[in-house]
Ligand binder design. Sequence first.
Ligand code: SAM
Length: 392
Amino acid sequence: MEVQNDVRLDRIATGGAAIGSLESGKTVLVTGAIPGEVVDVELSEERSSVAFGTASKISTESADRVDPVCENVERGCGGCDWQHIAQQRQSALRVEVVEDCLRRIAKVKAPVSSAPALPLNGYRTTLRLGVKKGRAAYRKSKSNELLAIDTCSIADPALVALLEEPGFGKSKEVTLRVSQATGERICIVETYEGVSLPADVVVVSHDDLNHGADVFLTENVLGHDFKVSAMSFFQSRPDGAAQLAGLVNDMISPDAKGDLLDAYCGVGLFGVICGQDRSVFGVEASPSSVSDAGANYKIGDAVEASLFERWDAQKFETVIADPPRAGLKAKGVAKVIETEASEVALVSCDPASLARDAAEFAKGGYELKQVKVSDCFGQTSHVETVSLFVPR
Ligand SMILES: C[S@@+](CC[C@H](N)C(=O)[O-])C[C@H]1O[C@@H](n2cnc3c(N)ncnc32)[C@H](O)[C@@H]1O
């Protein structure tokens, strides 16, 4: 493996690597490094315009470099890519990533700032895991190889307790979920064969869920109970869900009392918390989430099972949209604009998608007013944002 010595890293890339230049002048993306550092880079791939590698020796160390809290980092676990960066710097880097995407992709400028820090460890209430000889496993960094684990620093302790024993049987993948409000735990498996977990854990197969098994837990966010079925999306952590809903509430006008559209509503998180004194209408594609939102919304609110881009748009005063990683895309933005909303809060889990959507909103006559960046995914380079768009 070729090593390039003394590479100076000067900025951060979407995806979490630090960017520098090789002697040849070619751009290199380096994992395990921090902008400002000078490192030796073990090159893993070289393309015509860009190279990739990992920091193998740090010559000039950033003051923000810390020892990873999780023992699995040294073993090559691909779960967390920013364990070597202090929390404050993680937050600052997320802001830089968002500003960079907005500048490069959307060519718009708007104030971007961090939301208050959330606990860095023990937060994840849903884990998707591989299984190796009955043990929970993560993929190794930049590899398909499974690494058996018996701990995970970012997981809720009630889930970590399930990683300690090889109890997952013959499934290739499992999903673990816990409610921080009630302590209920669910394990979704491919097969029941060989599963051996504590008695309180509700074990259910994908097959049984697809045939109507009614398995759910109850989570609580800001005093509101949410029914969350085993297959329904929920934010990675309840305190993060509370933060995102709080950020949306702070951005939308307190005087707006007209109809509120909760687009990509999931189990109804934003409609419930931000629509307490107004009529809420949710649009959602997943059947189990549609059913959960129906149960979680207040009486009189409604939810439609539909792909958002195919939904028959009506007028709304406020739109909250929280699409998956790919963003709203042109069709979703066009739908939002069809509602003639006077304010749009966009929750986004990918800064490049946010920037592409911001460019579409700009074309459609909406201006980006502000972006708040949440640390929902501490120890990783994932970035979650809440943005406000209003008609120009
Ligand atoms: C990031 S989650 C947000 C859910 C919810 N707002 C929350 O905070 O819990 C995105 C949601 O969009 C749903 N979804 C994915 N693609 C969709 C589409 N094309 N139209 C409508 N809903 C979709 C998913 O099922 C998921 O519930």
